[in-house]
Design a binder for this molecule. Structure first.
Ligand code: TYM
Length: 334
């Protein structure tokens, strides 16, 4: 609890261009939840270097991502928006938690398996212990709730396991976090292969809607979205492409799948795809406009980066000192 409010933590990687999946699965919910909780939203650059990055590019993307957080509607006066690398407690707690995490647990992580297959020439230890750093992110702020897309649920599970294990040995040190997954949009699929998650790193640009895609591009990509030959707009497993488009439409409009089926009953796929495309373009446009305006305000963004790193550091240190004491590190002499 901070000032009587429950704590929320979440983060995003600044690698690749953000997709509609990141927006509907996470960012949009962050904005909705931000009034209710004391929120920490990190640009997780420590996680990013588990895959090789161009340094200048990473720096640029990290700043763009932080700017995008604000453009999406997160008020930086109320929400702590900061770079993970500016708060050394993340790496320090991660080391300690590594000593409370088993190889077998990490070996089971599907994201590790996927990423190792994709980056077979660079299966580094950081990639393996990635979920422990995520646990450190969350536990450092004593977060009660962590809004994420479905792909991160396994990492949330291991975070809870590590926290419970630590608490069982040392007493009530960590708050046990709950995941928050939105009703719609928690797993947005590729527009070209609805069996695959929409991903920043997809090589086919038509598979993903990027948050900075202009309206024409958005509509064109939806028109080309892979569907089926059934010809009916129904929300069912047998029609994964349509299922995904309905999910996207519902996440953007707040309508239910049943309402959407009724709205488009008797209409063709062409009409439906156009409606989804126009809806998504309408949701993205204000974010893009605010983003463009913010990019010109260097001093404002710099101020946020400085102040919020200090705020995050303050709360991170509180937990870190407690943990260091529990595990037996000597007190600092002041
Ligand atoms: P990242 O950067 O891959 O994704 C950021 C958020 O977007 C969600 N997401 C999706 N949701 C729905 N459909 C999709 N196709 C889709 N693709 C991505 C993700 O679930 C995530 O919520 N390891 C994390 C970042 C992280 C983190 C944390 C998150 C680091 N520390 C602590 C929460 C708490 C990651 O790489 O997310």
């Amino acid at each position: 609890m901070i000032d009587g409010k429950k704590v929320l933590f979440s983060g995003m990687q600044a690698t690749g261009n953000l997709t509609l999946g990141n927006y509907l699965g996470a960012l949009k919910n962050w904005v909705t939840l931000s009034d209710e909780y004391e929120c920490f939203y990190s640009v997780v650059d420590l996680h990013s270097i588990t895959v090789r990055q161009d340094p200048a590019e990473l720096r640029k993307r990290a700043r763009n991502l932080l700017t995008l957080y604000i453009a999406a509607g997160l008020d930086p006066e109320k929400n702590c928006l900061y770079y993970q690398s500016h708060v050394s407690g993340h790496a320090e707690l991660s080391w300690i938690l590594n000593c409370f995490t088993y190889m077998g647990e990490l070996n089971r992580m599907t994201q590790f398996k996927d990423k190792s297959a994709k980056h077979a020439d660079n299966i580094n230890a950081g990639l393996f212990t990635y979920p422990v750093l995520m646990a450190a992110d969350i536990l450092l702020y004593q977060a009660d709730v962590v809004p994420v897309g479905k792909d991160q649920l396994q990492h949330l599970e291991i975070t809870r396991d590590i926290a419970q294990r630590f608490n069982a040995i040392y007493g009530d040190v960590f708050t046990i976090p709950e995941p928050y997954v939105g009703k719609a949009g928690a797993r947005i699929m590729s527009l070209q292969d609805p069996a695959k998650k929409m991903s920043k790193s997809d090589e086919n640009p038509n598979a993903s809607i990027y948050l900075m895609d202009d309206p024409d591009t958005v509509i064109r990509k939806f028109k080309r979205a892979v569907t089926d030959s059934v010809g009916e707009i129904r929300y069912c497993e047998e029609q994964p492409g349509i299922h995904n488009l309905i999910d996207i439409y519902c996440a953007c409009t707040g309508k239910t799948p049943e309402e959407t089926e009724r709205e488009f009953a008797g209409k063709g796929y062409g009409d439906f795809k156009l409606a989804v495309g126009e809806t998504v373009a309408g949701v993205l446009k204000p974010v893009q406009d605010r983003y463009a305006a913010l990019q010109n305000d260097k001093a404002y963004i710099d101020g946020i980066i400085k102040n919020n790193a200090e705020k995050a550091g303050y709360y991170a240190n509180k937990t870190l000192r407690k943990v260091q004491k529990k595990v037996g590190f000597p007190e600092r002499i002041r």
